[in-house]
Design a binder for this molecule. Structure first.
Ligand code: APR
Ligand code: PHB
Length: 390
């Protein structure tokens, strides 16, 4: 079996790439380890930058997002019992769109299948071969049989725990890594969000975040230990802690049935280079950001935009310049998003290593943001999203 682009992973990166390549007349096959039901139900991120929302709309997969998504024009920073609203719309002319990642995955799978696209679920034992040559191929197992997929190029869209990144020899790869000394305890709850905009709260007991997935589903997070034992957190304890950290005069946090609980690790990670021969790493396979600022999915979409442009030029004209500069182009944006996510994380969390001096400096930075249009604008520009291709 032969295709133009072999794509490993049916997360948002792999599916969006397959969709955009199709619109440009390029064939691909997507190989995914999990089942369709699993990837369509996996709850992850939910805040789309304006350029990513536009990309989904412009490429014809935005219908359900326009119907169910929640457009946001501002975001709130809460500390010391008061709010500072960052007016995204006034400061940048843009906003964000709150729409669950698993719905985007569903929309993309539906679009691929409707267009006759080839997405193969439950493909195991994937291996990438001869990626430095002009005849790379992918081996995998499905339905108890060994298969081989010959391709012109391979896109490694298999997330942080995938195999693509390790196909680049260790002698060539350089990783940049930071682990944070805390995690996020996240919940989904069947209750109307207590704020119609996202609230980031910095509290002496730790960070808290109020977000949402729909008018009747809330998504909330609490800073916790990186190895927090979730069994120690009853629903009552979670709501009580959230209420304490999100407290503000005139604000009441509405509690409701919790339908999902989990602990997320906080990590910053980048691998360089993002390409090796005919292998291109895309999305979480190449970089992870801590979730503060919600950049992960958006960065994956930006990589896809860069790779689609490069592959389209290459398949149409044979021009290699955009393909050769793929990693370099992506990394300009990746590092800006890394800086922003690291900065938001550092600004809003409690660090047990902080001296009283460092804590005061942290509070002064937050306070400085409250009083400054320039500082608020810098936050807003990054929050609504830099252009996809820098
Ligand atoms: N073989 C085939 N598929 C694999 C393999 C493998 N060896 N390893 C992982 N996968 C699949 C996973 O099951 C998953 O469906 O690759 C996909 C990777 O998807 P994501 O982890 O969602 O990564 P990506 O598509 O880059 O999406 C960007 O950024 O911050 C996050 O929440 C955000 O998940 C989103 C991600
Ligand atoms: C979320 O809704 O899951 C969310 C929102 C904002 C963030 C991170 C996560 O910064």
């Amino acid at each position: 079996m032969r295709t133009q682009v072999g794509i490993v992973g049916a997360g948002p990166a792999g599916l969006l790439l397959s969709h955009l390549l199709h619109l440009n007349g390029i064939e691909s096959v997507v190989l995914e380890a999990r089942s369709r039901g699993y990837v369509e139900a996996r709850i992850r991120a939910g805040v789309l930058e304006q350029p990513v929302e536009k990309l989904l709309n412009d490429s014809g997969v935005g219908a359900r997002m326009r119907e169910l998504g929640l457009p946001h024009e501002g975001v709130n920073l809460r500390t010391g019992g008061r709010d500072h609203r960052i007016d995204l719309k006034a400061l940048t002319g843009k906003g964000t769109m709150v729409y669950s990642q698993h719905l985007i995955v569903q929309d993309l799978i539906a679009a691929r299948l409707a267009a006759g696209g080839d997405v193969r679920f439950e493909a195991s034992g994937i291996g990438l071969r001869d990626v430095r040559t002009d005849a790379p191929y992918i081996v995998y197992e499905q339905d108890g049989k060994q298969h081989r997929l010959d391709c012109a190029v391979i896109a490694g869209c298999d997330g942080f725990h995938g195999i693509s990144r390790d196909t680049i020899p260790a002698s060539v790869r350089q990783s940049f890594d930071r682990e944070y000394p805390f995690g996020w305890l996240g919940i989904l709850a069947d209750v109307a969000p207590s704020s119609h905009e996202v609230v980031y709260a910095s509290h002496d007991r730790g960070f808290a975040l109020l977000s949402m997935r729909s008018p009747s589903v809330s998504r909330l997070y609490l800073q916790c230990e990186p190895d927090e034992d979730i069994s120690k957190w009853s629903d009552d304890r979670i709501w009580e802690e959230l209420s304490t950290r999100l407290a503000r005069d005139g604000f009441t946090l509405q509690a409701g049935p919790i339908t999902q609980k989990g602990v997320t690790q906080m990590r910053s990670f980048v691998v360089e280079p993002m390409q090796y021969g005919k292998l291109f790493l895309v999305g979480d396979a190449a970089h992870i950001v801590p979730p503060t600022g919600a950049k992960g999915l958006n960065l994956a979409a930006a990589d896809v935009a860069v790779l689609t442009r490069a592959l389209t030029a290459w398949f149409r004209t044979g021009a290699t310049d955009l393909l050769e500069s793929y990693g370099e182009t992506c990394l300009r944006r990746v590092w800006k998003a890394q800086r922003f996510s690291w900065w938001m994380t550092s600004l809003l969390h409690r660090f047990s290593s902080h001296t009283p001096f460092e804590r005061r400096v942290q509070q002064a930075e937050l306070d400085g943001l409250f009083g400054s249009v320039a500082a608020s604008t810098a936050l807003a520009e990054n929050y609504v999203g830099l252009p996809l291709i820098l």
